[in-house]
Design a protein around this ligand. Structure first.
Ligand code: PLP
Length: 361
């Protein structure tokens, strides 16, 4: 329900006006609205997961710092365990950043259009938000405009959600080197781009650089809620001090541990998603009435006439759920479509092509 005015009046001033989060979910045959991994879990991973979960005791509190996982994540990325903070999804990591380093008198630079959660969490703890708009033609970032802002926190999402493009790595590192702000590189989708474009190796020489990763996207664990930050050990300590100690439960820690051990099993699926991404992009562009933006991620940003109507009809007539991002700045008539399984993608191509042609001309 909506929050009654009498209740809202009791809320903290910076929280008044918020409404419960609605992901716009409705049950459909094909859900390509949340950038999850729709491929089946590799069978070897599934059986190892089931065994690990079955043997995990539930009567004990979790290890607050997820040290076993932390060591595996550190090994994966070539950093020390002290540089790793494991969280209840990347979302918790984002909230902790604002709780620790935001608040009244502090400023977030929000490079829009981007993941709406940043500005939401910033405002929840009273952080000011300064918006910088991307170049509307290719969604690139105006680094000079960023450098001119006296920011406390800057978030650069690479690949960006929902525009699917990468940030220029050298420009990002140049900005990090010259700003006083803490800079978060949100790499939630980096597995679908190129690991060489990650700035993780740079955290060692840039104590103001923080990198976010998640197991929700490429590794298909969205339901288990495991994300992590890589950063200077001092920053990890500050964030550890403000978190709820048991936010990452034992089942999720056990599941994540198995997935990290067997992450090689996901390689073929990630390659398939990248291949399907190219196939979908070409097929949708071939309609002549859909603009498909280049993607380095597991989703496509597309623009067509009457985008919101197309989204509603995909849901109601084809049981396909995509994300309507048309209300975001610069994204008029745009939809975000996650790459699904090959069979799902066939149906998506067919349905989106049919509807977009109906509204063309
Ligand atoms: C999905 C996503 C995250 C984190 O998701 P979690 O499920 O909370 O780990 C972070 N940033 C971006 C840009 C995302 O799209």
């Amino acid at each position: 329900m909506e929050i009654p005015a009498t209740i809202a009046a009791r809320m903290q001033p910076c929280l008044q006006g918020l409404e419960p989060y609605d992901p716009g979910f409705s049950a459909c045959d094909i859900n390509v609205s949340a950038n999850e991994n729709n491929l089946p879990v590799p069978p070897t991973v599934r059986s190892a997961l089931d065994a690990a979960l079955a043997s995990t005791p539930l009567n004990r509190y979790p290890d607050p710092l997820s040290n076993e996982l932390r060591a595996k994540i550190a090994a994966r990325h070539g950093v020390a365990p002290e540089n790793v903070l494991v969280t209840n999804g990347g979302d918790e990591a984002l909230f902790l950043l604002f709780l620790a380093f935001g608040g009244p008198g502090r400023t977030l630079v929000d490079i829009q259009p981007t993941f709406s959660v940043y500005a939401l969490y910033a405002s929840m703890v009273g952080t000011s938000v300064e918006t910088v708009l991307r170049d509307p033609s290719d969604f690139s970032i105006d680094w000079d405009a960023l450098a001119a802002i006296d920011a406390d926190l800057t978030i650069v999402t690479t690949p960006n959600n929902p525009t699917a493009n990468l940030a220029d790595k050298d420009a990002l590192l140049g900005y990090v080197a010259t700003t006083d702000a803490l800079v978060l590189s949100d790499e939630a989708y980096m597995e679908f781009a190129d690991e060489d474009l990650s700035v993780i190796p740079e955290i060692e020489c840039h104590p103001n650089l923080i990198v976010l990763r998640t197991l929700s996207k490429a590794f298909g664990l969205a339901g288990a809620r495991i994300g992590y930050l890589l950063a200077d050990a001092g920053i990890v300590s500050a964030l550890s001090a403000v978190r709820q100690p048991y936010s990452v439960n034992v089942l999720s820690q056990a599941a994540a541990s198995v997935v990290l051990d067997l992450r090689g099993e996901y390689g073929a699926g990630i390659e398939l998603i990248k291949k399907e991404r190219a196939r979908m992009a070409a097929a949708l562009a071939a309609t002549g009435c859909i603009e498909v933006f280049p993607s380095s991620s597991n989703f496509l940003l597309v623009r067509m006439r009457e985008g919101s109507k197309v989204r509603a009809r995909l849901r109601d007539e084809f049981s396909i759920l995509v994300r309507d991002v048309s209300a975001m700045p610069e994204l008029e008539n745009c939809l975000r479509i996650t790459v699904g399984t090959p069979e799902e993608n066939d149906r998506i191509i067919q349905a989106v092509s049919t509807l977009s042609k109906e509204y063309a001309s």
